[in-house]
Structures are given as structure tokens and as C-alpha cells.
Design a protein around this ligand. Structure first.
Ligand code: DQA
Length: 149
């Protein structure tokens, strides 16, 4: 079972970017950990990051075409990208699981972060658990796959 872990803008700066909010783990740490968590769960995990909206949409289209589940941290796109929402809707619309992940808890932050335009088309959302949220998201994918969902 393939899972694409897709990270949006500024998440390539993890570790140096506002560590008091986003933690000290780096993109390399995430890639390594996600591969190990995926291995334990029987998932074939690939981690990608882009600052570019078109690239992210292309990866969501690829998930549909190749039947890959998605763990998505859309970063700032969360709050305003209807194009990304529409691409995410195609993933869940074809029966694949898409878990929205946020390192921080956007509901506890500035009001512009309270709206997620993606949440309504995601299978579900995990927010506020830092780096660990990606593990929780992969567990959610694995348990849905086990249940045949
Ligand atoms: C984020 C939260 C977003 O509001 C923010 O724009 C990000 C990261 C998170 O992981 O907590 O870039 O998605």
C-alpha cells in the first residue's frame, strides 16, 4: 500500500523555522521517521515537500491516478487554496484516504488559521501533536486499509 506524505510551503524549513511552534525536527528527520513508521505499518511511504501550489496539485492528481493514499500538510494553502481543496476532493472522492496533518494546532492560533478549506474533503484531520502527528496519520491510513476502507 502506497502513501504519499505531502508537505506544502515553508515546511522545507522545518527545524529552522519558528522551532517554538514547529519543533526542531528537520525534513530529513521526517523522511527517515516516516519511512520507518511506514515500514512497521506495512506501508510504502514517500515524503515530498514543495513551496509551489501547481506541483502540490500535480502530486494529488498523481495519488488518484496511481491509487496512493495521502497524508497532507497543506501548510498555508490550508487556509485559502480552493484549487488544492478541489484536488484533495478528487483523492477522497475516489475512495482513497487523505489525512490532513498540522504540526501546530491552528485552532489555537491566529484567526486566519481557524478556517481549513481542505478539512471538509479530508477523511480526517490530526493537528497539534507536532512531528508525532505524521505517525498518527500513517496509523490511521493503515487501520483503514486493514478494515478494507
Ligand atoms: C501548519 C499550520 C499552518 O497554519 C501554517 O501556515 C503552516 C504549518 C502546521 O503544520 O501547523 O505552514 O500547517
Amino acid at each position: 500500500t502506497r502513501v504519499l506524505v505531502l508537505n506544502g510551503p515553508n515546511l522545507g524549513r522545518l527545524g529552522v523555522r519558528e522551532p517554538e511552534i514547529y519543533g526542531h525536527a528537520t525534513p530529513a528527520d521526517l523522511e527517515k521517521a516516516a519511512g520507518e513508521w511506514g515500514g512497521d505499518l506495512g506501508l510504502d511511504v514517500e515524503v515530498r515537500q514543495t513551496d509551489d501550489e501547481a506541483t502540490l496539485l500535480g502530486w494529488l492528481h498523481e495519488a488518484v491516478d496511481t491509487r496512493a493514499h495521502v497524508v497532507l500538510n497543506p501548510a498555508a494553502f490550508t487556509h485559502y487554496s480552493y484549487g488544492m481543496r478541489d484536488a484533495a476532493a478528487q483523492v477522497t472522492g475516489t475512495g482513497l484516504t487523505l489525512v490532513e496533518v498540522h504540526l501546530s494546532n491552528p485552532a489555537a492560533r491566529e484567526s486566519f488559521r481557524h478556517l481549513s478549506v481542505v478539512a471538509g474533503v479530508a477523511t480526517g484531520t490530526i493537528a497539534g501533536f507536532g512531528f508525532e502527528g505524521y505517525r498518527l496519520a500513517l496509523e490511521a491510513v493503515a487501520s483503514r486499509v486493514d478494515r478494507g476502507e
